[in-house]
Design a protein around this ligand. Structure first.
Ligand SMILES: [Zn+2]
Length: 355
């Protein structure tokens, strides 16, 4: 089926459209202001739109923009659903749409947040020293060099390729993307403590999920896997109860824990802590990951973005260029892409609502 929504051109527009759709659908809406400012100087917020009883035991939570820029598609899917729900919501089920968990990254067209932190590497146990990734440290200067001229891009990329040949491409992918906690201007940086969105999510869940006994979470992502394909990724290994519940609900589900998913095994993603966010609930969750372009193109965009914010001028001419590159790595304006996403999303959300 054709998607009722195309991608918005900016966070500000996406937010307006979501709020208008929520209003028209009669949803309860809350705005949770973020302390930062957007690319166009606009206010930033996490907006929560809800349908169904507040004290429902069954809650379905759909989250967009955990990775800022990935909110372009996530937001369009949420707004599309509010305008054209593709299946009925049973009376007793509470549907919660969290719009832009990382609004700063969404507005600035970055995967990371205001602290250059990857939110899905930030949910580690901060009472202990963060995970070590010494191999990342050795290539940090090549991943994000001080200069981003074409010559430097070529030189550093060739050096990285040579190292990848040595250690194996898969191992290299894991070293780069599993998360690192010592290079604040690097890629896949996990931070030095819980960031704003992490703290907000804990506060919101503690205040709003008291009555919830069965929580189904769909966290919307893009940038991994074949173009237009929507892979459901479970954080637990196959054979564990959460993975069994996810496969019973959705059919084929890959696992981040046992390496069957498109992405690397990683530390500190928020879905792995979801059982602590809703301690009274049985949690079934999946990251719904939509493919865009090839991994090398995505990696180059992330390197350019990290360079821009560490050594360049985000508001200068290079800024607009890098943002176009990053947006293209995580979202596709071709109608066929959104149509493919819409079909998959409506199936996944429909199944969650009908549980
Ligand atoms: Zn993501």
């Amino acid at each position: 089926m054709a998607s009722p929504r195309r991608l918005a051109p900016s966070y500000a527009r996406a937010r307006l459209e979501l709020l208008a759709a929520a209003d028209a659908a009669g949803a309860r809406v809350e705005h949770h202001p973020h302390p930062g400012r957007g690319l166009e100087g606009e206010d930033l917020a996490v907006d929560v739109a809800e349908l169904g009883p507040v004290d429902a035991a069954d809650v379905v939570l759909v989250v967009s923009a955990t990775h800022g820029v990935e909110g372009f598609c996530g937001s369009a899917l949420q707004t599309g659903w509010l305008e054209h729900p593709a299946s009925a919501r049973p009376d007793g089920v509470r549907l919660v749409l969290v719009h832009a968990l990382n609004p700063y990254g969404f507005s600035w067209v970055r995967r990371v947040n205001e602290d250059n932190v990857d939110l899905n590497r930030n949910f580690v146990d901060w009472t202990r020293p963060p995970p070590d990734n010494a191999e990342y440290d050795r290539i940090a200067h090549l991943l994000v060099p001080e200069s981003w001229t074409l010559e430097e891009q070529e030189r550093t990329s060739l050096e990285l390729l040579a190292i990848a040949e040595d250690m194996g491409l898969e191992r290299m992918q894991e070293v780069v993307s599993r998360g690192q906690y010592r290079q604040p201007t690097g890629v896949f940086y996990g931070g030095s403590g819980p960031v704003w969105s992490n703290r907000w999510l804990h506060t919101w869940c503690a205040a709003n999920l008291e009555a919830c006994r069965r929580l189904t979470i769909i966290d919307l992502h893009s940038g991994l896997g074949p173009w237009g394909h929507g892979e459901l990724i479970c954080v637990e290994s196959a054979g564990t109860p959460p993975h069994d519940r996810a496969s019973a609900l959705w059919g084929e589900v890959t696992s981040m824990a046992d390496g069957s998913a498109a992405g690397a095994t990683l530390d500190g993603d928020w879905l792995s802590s979801a059982h602590r966010l809703a301690p009274h609930a049985e949690v079934t969750s999946g990251a719904l990951e939509f493919g865009t372009v090839d991994p090398v193109t995505v990696a180059q965009a992330l390197r350019a973005d990290a360079w821009l914010h560490a050594h360049g001028d985000p508001l200068g001419p290079a800024g607009a260029e890098v943002r176009t590159q990053v947006r293209g790595a995580f979202a596709d304006d071709a109608p066929a892409w959104m149509d493919a996403l819409w079909d998959r999303f409506t199936d996944v959300l429909g199944a969650a609502l009908a549980r």
